[in-house]
Design a protein around this ligand. Structure first.
Ligand code: ADP
Ligand code: ZN
Length: 521
């Protein structure tokens, strides 16, 4: 029997030892075998690799896999070798001798898969080499990197369009775990794909619970969580390298086996930490987002976000590293307005070309954290997937919020904002509403305005919660460009003058996000 008499599932059994395909894998493989350009959107851990590796085995020539990280290539090639699949990677860390050997093996037909970085791929020398071998398929892994709409844009990826120009008859498969609709279209277009087949696997990972907690006393909350989960593996994502180290240190002091991981460490140290985690020698990793790409550890039982991520794509990818074995896993996001403010400061300082896009993505993330409806529905809708019923496995579903008519509250707050000239930040506004006699109020003459004391009946923290909600639904806005003063949001006039009703959730029913003072630089 020749290889081509066998069906894809035979290859799955023979090389991977699995009995059946997961949803979509076989359709994707058949699409490629028919020579069609193909876009695959599948969550992390969904099983993207076999989608191009099996065609690579079945097609006559070599499949060239473009992958952004050398560490990722090494892992994948290592895994392929374990399965008895002839594969190699080629990159600038190798000697020219090593590179020549690999090229020889391609030319002689020994290799089925060749992994390469975009930088290497696009060199003239490599192109000449590609023309000499028989390329049967291009696989672009982490394809969202090609799009500036995506969250991990890499300029080197944009030149991949030359592949289609030089190899118009070779099909291309683009794979990613994270791409909203715009990014998806952009990927196909930038790769010069010709009427691609698009496969969107479900992003619904029902075994992941979703939870948002206030960013107050995070360390204590984390310790409590960890005590409930002894001997389980998990990742705590932090914003900065320094906070990874600090947090790992504090957890160690409390007797937890924790390590840290970030891009500031030597590659040796990083590899060591990663191995220790994979072997369960270290259970807890405090890491920046540098950790996890391509790590195939099935028993990660929880992922905690110490800081809110910048966008939903990143968030989804990071929580997706939990529960790959399908067993229940917990995800927790700590939410603080200070994180939002920090990002906004960072963004406005760097003022990237796509500032508005990044701000909009940040806003979607914040809406998720602030949500009073099923969080999974919000996540899935972000990836254009509809979940008809609330999920039952997020904190909102488990603990539904009770809403009240907050129209009068909104009007009082807005009126105070207008009468103080949209100049005062949240805490001062609350003091005004509650009729405080603080220095700042007396000095500003704010005790003279009509709404002074109009909100005495509510506690400070109740007001804070309501104001946050009003900000999130667009009634009030934070003026990031004006010392975080509160001003009228897009819905303000409707509330003030057009009788628009506003529903709010009682503060006791909301996991309260905290307002820490944004760090002054
Ligand atoms: P992704 O690249 O989408 O994050 P991988 O390709 O690394 O995911 O696959 C995740 C895990 O699922 C791997 O351990 C892989 O061997 C396994 N896997 C893939 N396809 C199947 C299948 N049909 N049946 C069982 N396990 C599978
Ligand atoms: Zn839910």
């Amino acid at each position: 029997m020749t290889l081509t008499d066998q069906s894809p599932v035979d290859f799955l059994k023979r090389y991977y030892g699995y009995d059946r395909f997961r949803p979509m894998q076989e359709d994707i493989i058949r699409s490629i075998l028919s020579g069609r350009d193909t876009v695959v959107l599948m969550p992390t851990g969904g099983g993207k690799s076999v989608c191009f590796q099996i065609p690579a085995l079945m097609l006559p020539g070599v499949t060239v896999v473009v992958s952004p990280l050398i560490a990722l290539m090494k892992d994948q090639v290592g895994a392929l070798h374990l399965n008895g699949i002839p594969a190699a990677y080629i990159n600038s860390t190798q000697t020219s001798r090593e590179q020549r050997d690999i090229e020889e093996n391609c030319l002689s037909g020994k290799l089925k898969l060749l992994y390469v970085s975009p930088e290497k791929l696009l060199t003239d020398a490599f192109f000449i080499f590609l023309k000499r071998i028989r390329v049967s398929l291009f696989a672009i892994d982490e394809a969202h990197c090609i799009s500036s709409w995506g969250h991990d844009f890499r300029p080197e990826y944009t030149q991949l369009n030359v592949l289609k120009e030089h190899f118009p008859d070779v099909p291309t498969i683009a794979l990613t775990a994270t791409a909203d609709k715009l990014t998806r279209q952009d990927i196909a277009q930038r790769l010069g794909m010709n009427d691609p087949a698009v496969f969107l696997a479900s992003f619904n990972r029902t075994n992941l619970s979703l939870q948002v907690l206030p960013g107050q006393n995070r360390l204590q909350q984390i310790i409590r969580l960890l005590r409930q989960k002894p001997d389980t593996s998990g990742i705590i994502y932090c914003l900065s390298r320094k906070s990874c180290e600090t947090l790992a240190g504090k957890l160690q002091e409390k007797g937890f086996g924790a390590a840290f991981y970030h891009a500031g460490m030597s590659s040796d140290e990083r590899a060591k930490t990663q191995d220790a985690f994979l072997r369960d020698d270290v259970r807890i990793i405090c890491a920046t987002i540098a950790f996890g790409m391509g790590i195939d550890k099935s028993n990660v039982r929880w992922v905690i976000h110490y800081n809110m991520p910048k966008n939903i794509e990143g968030f989804y990818q990071e929580i997706g590293r939990a529960g790959r074995d399908g067993a229940p896993a917990q995800t927790v996001l700590f939410y603080s307005f200070a994180d939002v403010a920090t990002y906004k400061d960072m963004l406005s300082e760097n003022s990237p070309a796509n500032l508005h896009l990044q701000l909009a993505k940040l806003e979607r993330m914040q809406q998720y954290a602030d949500a009073h409806t099923c969080r999974r529905q919000i996540l899935l809708s972000y990836f254009s997937e509809e979940l008809p019923e609330p999920c039952g496995n997020c904190d909102v579903c488990r603990d539904p919020r009770v809403t009240i008519d907050g129209t009068v509250l909104a009007q009082k707050a807005l009126s105070a904002i207008v009468r103080t000239g949209e100049r005062v930040p949240m805490n001062l506004l609350i003091d005004i509403l509650r009729g405080s006699r603080s220095q700042a109020i007396l000095q500003g003459g704010y005790d003279q305005i009509k709404t002074y004391g109009a909100g005495r009946d509510l506690r400070f923290d109740e007001w804070r919660s309501y104001l946050h909600q009003l900000i999130n639904i667009g009634v009030i806005e934070i003026a990031y460009d004006n010392h975080y003063a509160l001003r009228r949001g897009i819905l303000a006039d409707q509330v003030l003058y057009a009788g628009r009703k506003i529903n709010l959730v009682r503060p006791d029913d909301v996991p309260k996000a905290v307002v820490e003072k944004p760090k002054t630089k």
